[in-house]
Design a protein around this ligand. Structure first.
Ligand code: CP
Length: 312
């Protein structure tokens, strides 16, 4: 692949190759000496048009640990604020010969559009409600390490599905790897056409969590609800918040996941989130650095294999 824009175009064997490489980077990252030179001589620009803690920090660390020259664009202080378009911004940066462009944008499809205008590798760090491929890959690595496999698992993705790029990328990836996916949440927060996703849909947490191996909780994305129905937090927690009683319906060894940022007391009880016997939320963050290292390593190999004139 030239870019990493989504899970949709990836084959199962490509996903496995990336996760195997990421596993090696987990080991490297746990050592005192973490640096490697696989991106040495390459320039990485991070463009985040939306707030981020985990994704931005981990892409920056990943690039630095692999030896790239990493630049974080301060988008709030850029000429976007003077009315410059996304495409003109991208063309200007492209003229400076970056090799890797990491982009987060609030509009679905914006990262794909940008990738058509530049001649470097583009990594989607989350675009609107569309895709967040590195999140799904880090979730997959977390599941594989915790469960010893990434197939024939029962996985419940719970909460605000309709506004979630994390849910969409995870559904795509988990299906490709032959898992059974359940979506659990209020009907008002399920996307239209959900029957085409090949998932089972529940609006009752206890039924939806019954015997699952993995419970993946999602945040209520109020910033994307623009005028639509917003449930009261209290009522939402009562019906859909993960607490010990609802979790007791899952398999005894079920793991609890959340991509972050978390709203404790809304979609998840704080004691569940902090329970090191069930929650793998901090492991997810750790896997994020390793997966982004693997993704950039593989894209850089393709970049170096391409003839120079294609880059001109
Ligand atoms: N999970 C995730 O994308 O978190 P950030 O918004 O903090 O990057």
């Amino acid at each position: 692949q030239r870019h990493l824009l989504g899970i949709e175009p990836l084959r199962p064997d490509e996903i496995t190759t990336l996760l195997d490489l990421a596993d090696k980077y987990v080991t490297l990252n746990r050592q005192r000496e973490k640096r490697s030179g696989v991106l040495s001589g390459l320039t990485q620009i991070n463009m985040f048009f939306e707030n981020s803690t985990r994704t931005q920090a981990s892409f920056e660390l990943a690039g630095k640990r692999l030896g790239a020259d990493v630049m974080n664009m301060a988008m709030q202080a850029s000429s976007i604020k003077k009315g410059e378009t996304l495409v003109d911004t991208a063309l200007s940066l492209n003229a400076m010969h970056p090799d890797l462009l990491v982009v987060r944008h609030p509009h679905s499809g914006a990262v794909d559009l940008l990738a058509q205008k530049v001649n470097c590798a583009v990594l989607n760090a989350g675009d609107g409600k569309h895709e967040h491929p590195t999140q799904a890959l880090l979730d997959a690595l977390t599941i594989r390490r915790a469960k010893g496999r990434l197939h024939r698992l029962n996985i419940a993705i719970c909460g605000d599905i309709s506004h979630s790029r994390v849910a969409r990328s995870n559904i795509l990836l988990l299906h490709k790897m032959e898992n059974r996916v359940r979506l659990v949440g209020p009907p008002t927060l399920m996307p239209s056409g959900i029957e085409h996703f090949g998932v089972e849909v529940y609006d009752d947490m206890r039924e939806g969590l019954k015997d699952v191996d993995v419970v993946m909780m999602l945040r209520l994305q109020k910033e994307r609800m623009d005028g639509g129905f917003i449930p009261s937090e209290r009522e939402y927690y009562h019906r859909y918040g993960l607490d010990a009683e609802k979790l007791s319906y899952a398999a005894d060894d079920a793991i609890v996941m959340h991509p972050g940022p978390m709203n404790r007391g809304v979609e998840i009880d704080g004691t569940i989130a902090d329970d090191i016997n069930r929650s793998v939320i901090q492991e997810q963050v750790e896997m994020g650095v390793a997966v982004r290292m693997a993704a950039m390593d593989l894209l850089a190999r393709n970049l170096r294999a391409r003839p120079k004139e294609v880059m001109a």
